[in-house]
Write a protein that binds this ligand. Sequence first.
Ligand SMILES: [Zn+2]
Length: 82
Amino acid sequence: MKSQPLTDFSHVEKQINIDFERRWEDKTLKGWDGRLDNIEEVLNNPLYCKTCRKLFSNDHTFVHHLSGKKHKNLEKNKLKSE
Ligand SMILES: [Zn+2]
């Protein structure tokens, strides 16, 4: 990351938003239009990981996700905090 003068935080915030949106589109949400008005449906979707709060587009990516480091770490942390 390039160092920037920290006088304009709105600029940084904008950059974070763009970054987030890009990831959102790239990774997990293909096949889902991203709207949250169907939140119930999403939560009941068998391809939704409740631990990571992510919805996956197919079995393969979901199963792959469940065996991933990121998911396992989150799950561990979750168990610890409960
Ligand atoms: Zn997960």
